[in-house]
Design a protein around this ligand. Structure first.
Ligand code: LMR
Ligand code: MN
Length: 435
C-alpha cells in the first residue's frame, strides 16, 4: 500500500474550463453557507448539465443541508444527485467512486439498506481491486441480516488480503453469531489487535470475551478490560452496549433502593395467584413454554412466556394469565419499560446459562420466585451468588455479567418483571428507543 493517498481527481476536461465558477460555489459550501452554495451549484448544473463536478457539488450541498435541516427529503435528493453525478459521461473514476461511496453511506443512514447494498455492489464491480469497498459491501450484507452474503464477501477479502483487520473482525463476528465459538476467536483477536479503522467496536470486544469465556479461557477479562478502557463498557462487569451515561450502577438492588416498593409488595402478596396462572399455561407434558431462543444456554431446558415486551402487550398472552396482567396494569415503570420484558421463566434441571450481559443499563430486573426447589438453583451476578425464594422478589441489574445454574430435582419457575432504571426521567422513558 502507498504511504500517502493521492489527492482524488474530481475534474474532467470540461469541468476544468468552469473551474472558477465551481470554486466559488465550493467556497460557499465549505464556509457553511449551504443554502447559497446549493443555489450556486443548481445554477451551474442548469448551465452545464453535463458537468459531473457541478452535479457532485450539488449533491454535497444537499447532503450537508439535509443534516442542518434534519430533512429526510433533502437527504433523498442528495442520494439521487450522487447517482446522477456518477452516471454522467466522462466522469473521472475518482469522482465516480466518491459519489457512489457517499451515496451508499447516506442510503444506510436513511435505512435504505437494499439500496445501499445495490450501490456497493455496483462499486465493487467497477473497482474490483478496492478492498475497502468490499469491506463496506460486507457490512451492507450484515445490516440486512444477510450473514451468509457477508461471509462470502469477507472470505474473498481474506483470500487476497489475509491480514486485513477489518475483514477479520467482521469474519470473526459472523462465525461467532453462527455459534462457531472456537473458530471465531483468532479472527476477532487478530482483527482487534490490528487497530485498523472500523475495528474498535464494542461488539467485537463483547463477542471475543464471550467466546473466550465459553471455552474457559480467562483472558476474556483482559479483553473486557481493554473494551472498558476504550470506552465501550461502563466496567469490566457491566458490558451492556445501549446505555444512558451516569445511571447508578450496582449489580444487586433492594426494593427500597429502586423506589418501586409498591410493585414489589403487589408481586409478593399475590405470588400464589401469579404462580397458579403460570402453571395453567405451561404444557403439562413437557413442563415448558416456548423455548429460549437467544443461544445463551450451554445445556438444558429453559422456556419463557412473555406478557409484555418493548412496553407493549405481547399478542394475546394476557388472555392466558388475566389476573397477573391486571395486577401489573397500573405499574407503568414495568409495563411501560420499552427496554425490557415481563415474562415467566421456567428452567429444568441440568440447565446452565452461560455468563452473559443484557443489552442496556436502562432497566433493572425483578425475579419473583414461584416454584423454587429447595436446592440446586442459583444465580450469580458479578461476584455475588443468590438463590430464589418462593413469594420473594430478587432485583438485579442484568447489564452486569450474570450466570444461572439449575441442578435441582425438579423445575424452577420465576416471574421476571423488568422496570425502568429509577434514575431515568419521564422524558427519557418516553423517548428512549425500544430494545
Ligand atoms: C436471566 O435473566 O438471564 C435469567 O436469570 C433468567 C432465568 O430464568 O433465570
Ligand atoms: Mn439474562
Amino acid at each position: 500500500m502507498s504511504a500517502k493517498k493521492k489527492k482524488p481527481k474530481l475534474l474532467n476536461k470540461f469541468d476544468k474550463t468552469i473551474k472558477g465558477e465551481i470554486d466559488v460555489a465550493e467556497k460557499l459550501r465549505k464556509k457553511g453557507k449551504l443554502e447559497e452554495a446549493l443555489r450556486a451549484f443548481e445554477a451551474l448544473v442548469q448551465q452545464h448539465p453535463q458537468s459531473p463536478r457541478a452535479r457532485y457539488g450539488k449533491a454535497q450541498a444537499e447532503d450537508a443541508l439535509a443534516d442542518k435541516l434534519r430533512s429526510n427529503d433533502m437527504l433523498q435528493r442528495s442520494i439521487n444527485t450522487y447517482r446522477e453525478a456518477s452516471e454522467l459521461p466522462d466522469v473521472t473514476s475518482d469522482l465516480l467512486r466518491a459519489a457512489l461511496k457517499r451515496r451508499a453511506e447516506r442510503q444506510q443512514f436513511l435505512g435504505r439498506m437494499r439500496g445501499s447494498l445495490a450501490t456497493l455492489e455496483k462499486l465493487v464491480q467497477i473497482f474490483p481491486e478496492d478492498i475497502g469497498l468490499k469491506n463496506e459491501l460486507g457490512v451492507a450484507h450484515l445490516l440486512l441480516g444477510d450473514n451468509k452474503g457477508a461471509k462470502k464477501v469477507y472470505d474473498e477479502v481474506l483470500a487476497v488480503a489475509p491480514s486485513n483487520g477489518f475483514a477479520k473482525v467482521h469474519y470473526g463476528f459472523i462465525l461467532k453469531s453462527d455459534n462457531k465459538i472456537a473458530e471465531s476467536i483468532p479472527y476477532l483477536k487478530e482483527g482487534l489487535e490490528s487497530g485498523e479503522p472500523g475495528t474498535d467496536d464494542g461488539r467485537f470486544y463483547f463477542h471475543l470475551g464471550d467466546a473466550l469465556q465459553r471455552i474457559g479461557d480467562s483472558s476474556a477479562y483482559q479483553w473486557y478490560e481493554l473494551g472498558h478502557k476504550r470506552g465501550h463498557f461502563a466496567s469490566v462487569w457491566q458490558r451492556s452496549l445501549y446505555n444512558v451515561d451516569g445511571l447508578k450502577a450496582q449489580p444487586w438492588w433492594t426494593p427500597k433502593e429502586t423506589g418501586y416498593t409498591d410493585l414489589v409488595k403487589t408481586l409478593e402478596r399475590n405470588w400464589k395467584t401469579i404462580r397458579d396462572e403460570a402453571l395453567a399455561v405451561m404444557d403439562q407434558n413437557t413442563g415448558l413454554f416456548i423455548p429460549e431462543e437467544e443461544n445463551l444456554r450451554e445445556k438444558g431446558e429453559w422456556g419463557q412466556y412473555t406478557l409484555w415486551q418493548q412496553g407493549k402487550k405481547a399478542g394475546t398472552a394476557c388472555q392466558g394469565v388475566p389476573k397477573t396482567c391486571s395486577l401489573l396494569e397500573k405499574y407503568s415503570e414495568a409495563t411501560g419499560c420499552k427496554r425490557g420484558q415481563i415474562k415467566f421463566s421456567v428452567m429444568h434441571p441440568g440447565t446452565h446459562v452461560w455468563p452473559h450481559t443484557g443489552p442496556t443499563n436502562c432497566r433493572l430486573r425483578m425475579h419473583l420466585g414461584l416454584v423454587v426447589p429447595k436446592q440446586g438453583c442459583r444465580i450469580r451476578c458479578t461476584d455475588q451468588t443468590r438463590e430464589w425464594e418462593e413469594g420473594k422478589v430478587l432485583i438485579f441489574d442484568d447489564s452486569f455479567e450474570h450466570e444461572v445454574w439449575q441442578d435441582a430435582e425438579r423445575y424452577r419457575l420465576i416471574f421476571i418483571v423488568d422496570v425502568w432504571h429509577p434514575e431515568l426521567t419521564a422524558y427519557q422513558r418516553q423517548t428512549l428507543s425500544p430494545i
